[in-house]
Design a protein around this ligand. Structure first.
Ligand code: ADP
Ligand code: ADP
Length: 220
């Protein structure tokens, strides 16, 4: 499903965020990425999600070699194929939950009515059918993250990437978010999640551990 082959990523200023990472993630997996701050976890997630082109090495997603795709084709592939969830939700302030989720479907070219209909279904799936018209400041942290998960999954992408999705939540809300991610995985979505939480990491079937931009452990 996704493969990184000897991926390196250098940032200006001489930082080597990834120093040669090779990994294969298969369809249907639930994978954690763990490691100290600055070890390259976010950079690796961005490479997996084709948000960033690596300095060198190969990224293959769904049979496509990312380096060979134009920006336009890559962004079309990414929209259909990958959902993203972030620690701080990245919801649009002042827009209702249903419109935040419907905005995530803009790439489909569907009309607003159809996008809202699909957004409402996605919100029901995350247990927020009663929060459609709430705006982000009217929602708890856990609810905001569930809206973000609805937005990321409204188009049923096969791959969901989450960067510290529980990092800004208390443990009960975090457990709810992890339960949702497990449910999506059980229903067939491949899920990759960065976490600093040892209990969450220990509960995952596979953990990739990074240090200084390299994979130092890949436990199942
Ligand atoms: P982690 O997610 O494990 O905390 P990151 O992938 O965010 O690690 O960062 C890896 C290294 O790359 C760090 O040294 C970080 O400071 C550096 N880095 C990340 N993003 C940038 C950037 N846009 N420009 C320069 N350096 C960056
Ligand atoms: P938590 O349950 O995480 O402590 P809150 O106490 O902030 O969260 O919210 C409890 C419930 O009240 C949530 O379901 C949220 O949707 C709702 N809520 C919070 N603030 C507002 C608001 N300003 N307007 C409407 N509903 C709100």
């Amino acid at each position: 499903m996704i493969e990184l082959d000897d991926v390196r990523k250098d940032y200006a200023g001489g930082v080597q965020a990834l120093a040669g990472v090779s990994v294969l993630i298969r369809r249907g997996e639930l994978v954690g990425i763990v490691g100290p701050s600055g070890s390259g976890k976010s950079t690796m997630l961005h490479a997996l999600g084709t948000l960033d082109r690596p300095t060198s090495g190969t990224v293959r997603v769904a049979g496509h070699e990312v380096g060979r795709l134009s920006d336009a084709r890559l962004s079309a592939l990414r929209s259909r194929y990958v959902g993203f969830v972030f620690q701080h939700f990245h919801l649009a302030a002042g827009r209702s939950a249903v419109d935040n989720v419907a905005d995530g479907l803009l790439y489909t070219g569907q009309r607003i009515g159809e996008r809202r209909r699909r957004a409402a279904l996605a919100l029901e799936r995350v247990g927020l059918g009663h929060r459609m018209r709430h705006r982000p400041h009217e929602l708890s942290g856990g609810e905001k993250q569930r809206v973000a998960i609805a937005r990321a999954t409204a188009g049923d992408p096969p791959l969901l990437l989450a960067d510290e999705p529980t990092g800004a939540l208390d443990s009960a809300a975090g457990a709810g978010v992890m339960a949702l991610l497990r449910g999506l995985n059980r229903d067939g979505t491949t899920v990759v999640v960065i976490t600093h939480d040892h209990d969450i990491a220990d509960s995952l079937p596979r953990r990739i551990r990074l240090r200084d931009g390299r994979i130092v452990d890949d436990e199942r």
